[in-house]
Ligand binder design. Structure first.
Ligand code: GAP
Length: 449
């Protein structure tokens, strides 16, 4: 058997430890859909909470909203998605397989996987045609075209259509941003690379409205701030890069876009796009809705249509990047047996780690479980913790290493004498004694960095 690739190991760990399962697993799955297990849901929530704190509640110039996934169909006509949100597709009339025209070179012929589509003598490829990636559904009891709506393919339009509502209902003034996080849906033809390209996924987007004269400055500010965000949460700089789009690569609305890319095990992939959208969206919605979405600055008495800078990130996609970055099969000397060994560890940033600390009684006697349980119950009021009394303590450490838990607390014989516990650091495996009444402070200082 060949050694599994890093990606195979990560996918296996995700299922085994309850980070990510295939969607509808017991029915054979549904391509492009994924379910987040007990550890995965915490990790995803921590990523979103970190983004919300850094982008919304930690700032004075951004407000948050949460808008409906189903929107009036005209929104997608105005935004350009009904016409432009397409992938070029090629069908094979012989085997009925469908390929993205721009990815033929990376695809396999289903009849002969060693060849590309079109290379086998039986292949009958059609010309490329446009295929709209929005998923359609029907509202109301009758399936008639007037009731057709789309599941949103991005969260961004929710912010544009509420620009006036936010201006009218808050005191916020341009320059300011509106942010939201939530589900988006795309009928991806080739969902691939685990959760990287899914049909249902989560985005974290912010639309920053500013005066046209300051838009280039804001574009640079947000591009740099967003790049730093990933670095601060633990992604090393040699695996992270900024890539400016060439003119012919730009989306229909964009005057300039930079992608933040991560070096996944299979190569570079986009985590987030920072786009200068100009006044495209507000103008389109003014035209299609007939509403005035211009902004009046009551200090300068100027009326203008703001320009928009959009940092658009994928929550689920960045989760995959954080996992890939954190994963390590590390050669170590075992803490108990002192023999050479390999441990699997997720070096997740403490802000992102699903469980912040695990609490172990060294043995199940001498009052240790009771003391450990009291500490566990106390810490549980503040953040997610885990209690484990089963098996050798070395094995318990390993299980927590795999889950990315930054600290393990062991209650042992000394605890009864001096009221202290051993705190073991996940990354260095170093241990130190900490007084029981200082544990909360000790952990809080290290978890919120
Ligand atoms: N409002 C602009 C917009 O949606 P995008 O580049 O299409 O821009 C933004 O999407 C981010 O959403 C991407 O950088 C990526 O992280 C994430 N994303 C897009 N399609 C995805 C998919 N099929 N699966 C997972 N994440 C996806």
């Amino acid at each position: 058997m060949p050694e599994p690739t890093v990606m195979e190991k990560i996918v296996s760990l995700c299922k085994r430890r309850g980070f990510i399962y295939p969607g509808s697993d017991i029915y054979g799955g549904l391509q492009g859909t994924w379910d987040y297990g007990p550890l995965g849901v915490e990790l995803l929530r921590n990523i979103k909470n970190a983004w919300w704190r850094d982008m919304v509640t930690g700032r004075d110039d951004v407000v948050g909203i949460e808008t409906a996934i189903l929107m009036n169909r005209t929104v997608w006509q105005a935004s350009g998605h009904e016409v432009n949100f397409t992938d070029p597709l090629v069908d094979c009339k012989a085997c009925k397989a469908r390929f993205r025209a721009d990815q033929i070179d990376e695809s396999q012929c289903p009849r002969k996987p060693s060849k590309k589509p079109g290379e086998h003598t039986d292949c009958q490829l059609t010309e490329a045609r446009k295929f709209n990636m929005m998923l359609k559904t029907t509202l109301g009891p009758v399936e008639e075209s007037g009731q057709e709506v789309f599941l949103r393919p991005e969260t961004a339009q929710g912010m544009f259509v509420n620009f006036k509502n936010v201006c009218d209902s808050t005191r916020i003034k341009v320059p300011f941003g509106i942010a939201q996080m939530g589900k988006s849906f795309r009928n991806e033809i080739t969902p691939k690379q685990f959760i990287f390209r899914s049909r249902e996924f989560e985005q974290m987007e912010m639309e920053f409205f500013c005066h046209p004269s300051t838009s280039l400055e804001w574009y640079a500010t947000w591009r740099d701030a967003r790049f730093k965000w990933y670095k601060d949460l633990g992604i090393k700089s040699d695996k992270l890069r900024l890539r400016e789009h060439a003119k012919e690569e730009l989306s229909h609305y964009s005057q300039g876009t930079s992608d933040i890319e991560y070096l996944f095990p299979w190569g570079w992939g986009e985590l987030e796009g920072i786009a200068h959208r100009g006044d495209y969206d507000l103008k389109q919605h003014m035209q299609y809705s007939g509403k005035d979405l211009s902004y009046f600055n009551d200090e300068t008495k100027e009326r203008f249509i703001p320009h928009v800078i959009e940092p658009a990130a994928g929550a689920t996609r960045s989760l995959l990047a954080f996992l890939c970055e954190a994963y390590e099969d590390q050669k170590i000397v075992d803490e108990e047996s002192k023999k050479e060994d390999t441990r699997t560890v997720l070096h997740l940033h403490p802000r992102l780690a699903p469980v912040k600390a695990a609490i172990f009684p060294l043995v199940k006697k001498d009052g240790m479980p009771e003391r450990a349980m009291a500490i566990y119950k106390d810490l549980q009021k503040h953040f997610p913790v885990f209690y484990d009394e089963k098996g050798a303590v070395g094995r318990r450490y390993r299980r927590q290493d795999e889950a990315g838990t930054p600290f393990c607390l062991t209650i042992d014989g000394q605890t009864a004498q001096d009221n202290s516990v051993t705190v073991r650091d996940r990354d260095s495996m170093a241990q130190q004694r900490v007084a029981c009444d200082k544990i909360l402070l000790y952990l809080l200082e290290r978890l919120t960095v």
